[in-house]
Design a protein around this ligand. Structure first.
Ligand SMILES: [Zn+2]
Length: 297
């Protein structure tokens, strides 16, 4: 978890679950036992459980509070939703109380931004009220990248939805019907120091959100990478990447672009406090966590 001020913005994580675990070769199908063994020392114990051979991930939203606005990035799986994956199905998670504990009331949220429209990034866009899905944040505009939005809108028009369940129908469409959706270009400049960057691969319209605030630069990069092991081995794409080759290309490019800068990286699923900086070395890239710890052994 994190709660800190960068520039003029306060950044706070709101967790749905931490310690979500996957076998390495389930999460990263191309990984080898040798790659895991070589990196075990810096990953254990919070990023990797050597005894059980499981990688750990967090599922969280990020709150950004500026002088003018409260912004929520990615909204996890959500409660009470019909989902295919048992660990996502009909959740009753502490997410809402964690949001309240962070001092955020749903009415205060001005913008909700989704890096992409997969099942674990849109859930709390809506909540169940009197048997209907309604926007959880009644005063917010919900910002969606055009490529990602159109892709699912077209699928919906053809009677399809996510393989994970009626994700678009229950977590995006009600926002559109409420008149709260704002569909923008994948590289749009927004006000107040925000802009989008297209980062396709994990999903066709995946975008990263950049915040520039009083000299601080933070990139909320969603699922460009799922686990810090991918900083060491950028060619490893996750099982959940729709185009693993494009995902690897985007990741390598992203790491090279931000390496050795002051840019703070905020991936959706990194444990150990999530935030960090990318550094280059003779053997590739390293990730130095702001909270302490690094991919350097
Ligand atoms: Zn995700």
């Amino acid at each position: 978890m994190f709660d800190l001020t960068l520039g003029d913005a306060r950044l706070t994580s709101v967790e749905e679950i931490s310690g979500h675990r996957y076998a390495p070769d389930f999460l990263l199908p191309q990984v080898t036992p040798d790659i895991v063994a070589r990196n075990a020392s810096w990953m254990a114990p919070d990023l990797f459980d050597p005894a059980r051979n499981l990688l750990a991930m967090v599922r969280q939203s990020n709150v950004i509070r500026t002088r003018h606005h409260t912004i929520l990035i990615d909204t996890c799986v959500g409660d009470c939703k019909q989902r295919v994956v048992p660990t996502f199905h009909m959740l009753n998670s502490p997410w809402r109380s964690n949001l309240a504990a962070a001092g955020v009331h749903p009415e205060q949220v001005d913008f909700v931004m989704c890096t992409h429209l997969h099942v674990d990034h849109v859930g709390w866009n809506t909540q169940l009220r009197d048997g209907r899905w309604v926007p959880t944040f009644p005063n917010a505009r919900y910002i969606f990248g055009r490529t990602e939005f159109n892709r699912w809108m077209v699928a919906h028009a053809e009677g399809q939805d996510s393989p994970d369940g009626p994700v678009f129908a229950d977590s995006v469409l009600p926002v559109v019907e409420a008149g709260q959706a704002l569909v923008v270009d994948d590289g749009a400049e927004l006000s107040n120091g925000f802009h989008l960057e297209p980062t396709p691969g994990h999903s066709p319209g995946h975008v990263a959100f950049h915040l520039n605030s009083a000299g601080a630069h933070v990139v909320f990069c969603g699922d460009v990478m799922h686990h810090p092991l991918q900083v060491r081995a950028p060619d490893l794409s996750s099982r959940f990447c729709e185009d693993p080759t494009a995902s690897a290309r985007t990741r390598a490019d992203f790491l090279a672009r931000h390496a050795d800068t002051d840019t703070i990286i905020a991936p959706a699923h990194f444990e150990r406090g999530t935030l960090g900086r990318v550094r280059s070395a003779s053997d590739g890239f390293h990730y130095d966590f702001l909270a302490g710890g690094s991919t350097r052994p």
